[in-house]
Design a protein around this ligand. Structure first.
Ligand code: 7RM
Length: 641
């Protein structure tokens, strides 16, 4: 690693002065996790009735705040109005076409109450699962909160997913209602969403509510499809929040597991809200006057916890943006930050690398002096991208919180506290107070500096409570490999001599090259360290002697073109930074990498391609399925040369 990448970054004094958490005493307090979380539950959330027991531990079953009564939508809306913050903005929504819609807490409350009544009038009852298949429009959080208000668990299906994905998830969840829209905008193109929804629910006994966003012509089926705006016109403006049990299901979130069939991760009301609110406050250090922007889609867990429940449970003002970062031009994000004086930005490494590739000038065109904190989530962030984010976006003033967590954890697990933690670029640093984690292998806890698998050894309030209708899978997937009480994350990790956690990606992405364990992320990081490389994906391909060798796909930055010399140089660079075992056996220069809708590189597909397999599998859930054929062609040409 280059020297600057080994630098340690202290929190700026000015930041520490005003931070909620200024010293390490919270870690000490977290050692008794029951009392720690009980305290947070009292501070962060308003309860109708206090819980009898903070935690009932019966591994692999955990119940938090047992007997406690609350309502999530009350905590996100009503209480802010009661506290005199009703006129504060909850959301500033910007459409890709430049349209702006603003909602104060009062206005959001009104919409949520009305829609809660719409649902009730259509026959939705407490306990019924409601599917929501909406893009990034304000009706998405409104629908979620309306469900929470009446005690109907929601199951949001990312709008980019296919008709089949919607059908599978609705069938698994037993959902009888879906909230969808006519169409929406993506890179200036109108996307017909209603036709896709119709395909998904064809032949099912369900009702749909259709938001008008695209304005495109749609086919409304009598007795099945209803316009959102028509139902809202007639709806009453008050709907009393349902008194929910802390352990009542708040939502399901489907996520792909090892088998490929998506699993319905269950999150309950009390613990989830306590976890989301606490991390929102401590990790993002939000204050009353912050303008916070999380660029994720609400259809992912990141959007659930850190666009909807976390920010609203703290009465924060958030930006919600409909479109892509580079539309109409590569400075769209920076323009939004300048326009709304965003102070906290939370995004993903893949987006950071893309912005880096477009060039600093797009960032430098704008006044970003409102920013005071930056966040990262979704993948390991390579030190190169970290430093770019720190320097070019944050102008060396803003701490970066690299937050490691999963759909299953519901909240940040390994993360800096920005007023306390000394940062090392590329490390998610330490477990959040109240949480303990280890790095293990078959022989037990591994010594510092050695690779193993990340395991969480204490329960935390926002942890999943199970997989919907898949109990055995729940036990097998999370509590079998290292036993009950040790939550198996499936991520590779190293703890260094100073106790810092370095996440290495999913364990499936760990190679074994001639007996050396090597994270694909490590090789990728070394490649991206080279000035010519914008993004890299590394996969293991079979090798007669070494078992596996790394094969690299590389996207070059603007101004560089592929050549054999450059290839040699890159291979040499990896060898220099990590060692000869990490040398890629070959490098293919490509225009883009196949990615999931949430921006995670699909190494599974790249691996099959590089290994010459013909059966690539399902690519419909990708953001850019066309790139797969392109790479396939390029590889064939390349091998024939
Ligand atoms: C929040 C989210 C979970 C997987 C997880 C990791 C990877 C997420 C980081 C990270 C390194 C990070 N939920 N991951 N955050 N890896 N550093 N800060 O992404 O369920 O969609 O994905 O994402 O591999 O297991 S998720």
């Amino acid at each position: 690693m280059a020297e600057e990448q080994q630098q340690v970054f202290e929190p700026p004094e000015s930041f520490v002065k005003n931070a909620w958490i200024k010293d390490e005493s919270v870690y000490k307090e977290g050692e008794d996790y029951r009392s720690f979380w009980a305290k947070r539950a009292e501070e962060m959330i308003d309860w109708y009735e206090k819980w009898d027991e903070t935690l009932v531990e019966d591994p692999p079953y955990y119940k938090w705040f047992v007997g406690g009564k609350l309502n999530a939508s009350y905590n996100c809306l009503d209480r802010w109005i009661e506290k005199g913050k009703g006129d504060k903005l909850a959301y500033i929504w910007e459409g890709e076409d430049g349209q702006v819609r603003k909602f104060t807490y009062k206005e959001l409350h009104k919409e949520v109450n009305k829609f809660a009544n719409v649902l009730k009038n259509l026959g939705v009852k407490k306990g019924d699962v409601v599917s929501i298949y909406l893009p990034m429009v304000p009706e998405l959080p409104i629908a979620m909160l309306a469900c929470a208000r009446i005690g109907a668990p929601h199951s949001v299906v990312f709008a980019g997913f296919s008709a089949d994905s919607l059908r599978d998830r609705m069938t698994d969840a037993g959902a009888k209602y879906v909230i969808t829209c006519d169409g929406y905008f993506r890179r200036g193109k109108l996307i017909d969403h209603k036709t896709k929804t119709d395909e998904g629910i064809e032949g099912m006994d369900v009702k749909s509510i259709v938001v008008r966003r695209g304005g495109n012509d749609v086919n409304m089926k009598e007795g099945r499809d209803y316009w959102w705006h028509e139902l809202m016109e007639k709806a009453d403006e008050t709907c009393e929040p349902e008194v929910m049990d802390a352990e009542d299901l708040l939502f399901l979130m489907y996520t792909s597991g090892t088998t490929g069939k998506p699993k319905g991760v269950m999150h309950t009301t009390g613990g989830y809200l306590v976890g989301a609110a606490t991390t929102m406050k401590w990790v993002f250090d939000v204050k009353d006057d912050d303008v916070y922007w999380c660029t994720a889609d609400v259809g992912w867990i990141t959007g659930h916890s850190y666009i909807v429940y976390g920010p609203l449970a703290l009465g924060v003002t958030s930006i919600m943006y409909e479109g892509t970062p580079d539309y109409p031009k590569p400075d769209r994000w920076w323009e939004i930050i300048e326009k709304y004086k965003v102070s906290i930005l939370y995004t993903a490494p893949t987006a950071i690398r893309m912005c880096m590739k477009k060039g600093d000038e797009w960032v430098n065109m704008h006044d970003l002096s409102s920013l005071r904190l930056l966040g990262s989530v979704g993948e390991p962030i390579n030190p190169e991208a970290w430093l770019w984010y720190y320097r070019v976006v944050g102008k060396e003033r803003c701490p970066i919180v690299d937050t490691w967590w999963m759909t299953e954890t519901g909240m940040h697990i390994i993360t800096p506290l920005p007023g306390v933690t000394k940062l090392k670029p590329g490390s998610a640093t330490f477990p959040f107070p109240g949480i303990k984690a280890e790095v293990r292998d078959e022989n037990g806890v591994v010594p510092p500096g050695q690779k193993g698998e990340l395991v969480i050894t204490t329960p935390w309030p926002a942890m999943l409570r199970g997989l919907y209708h898949a109990h055995d899978k729940y036990v097998e997937e999370y509590w079998s490999k290292y036993g009950l009480g040790k939550f198996y994350t499936g991520d590779g990790a190293i703890i260094d001599e100073d106790g810092y956690f370095w996440l290495l990606g999913r364990v499936g992405d760990v190679l074994n090259v001639a007996g050396h364990r090597l994270g694909t992320a490590e090789v990728e990081s070394a490649l991206v360290d080279h000035p010519s490389v914008a993004e890299a994906a590394v996969v293991g391909v079979p090798h007669e002697i070494k078992g596996q060798v790394p094969f690299a796909y590389v996207v070059l930055r603007q101004g560089y073109s592929p050549s054999d010399e450059l290839k040699k140089e890159l291979i040499g660079h990896v060898s220099k930074l990590i060692g000869p075992t990490a040398r890629p056996s070959d490098i293919l220069f490509v225009d883009d990498l196949p990615k999931t809708r949430s921006g995670k590189i699909m190494r599974r597909i790249l691996k099959k391609l590089a290994s010459g397999e013909e059966q690539i599998g399902d690519t419909t859930t990708l953001q850019n399925p066309e790139i797969v054929d392109e790479i396939h062609r390029e590889l064939k040409d390349y091998l024939n040369k």
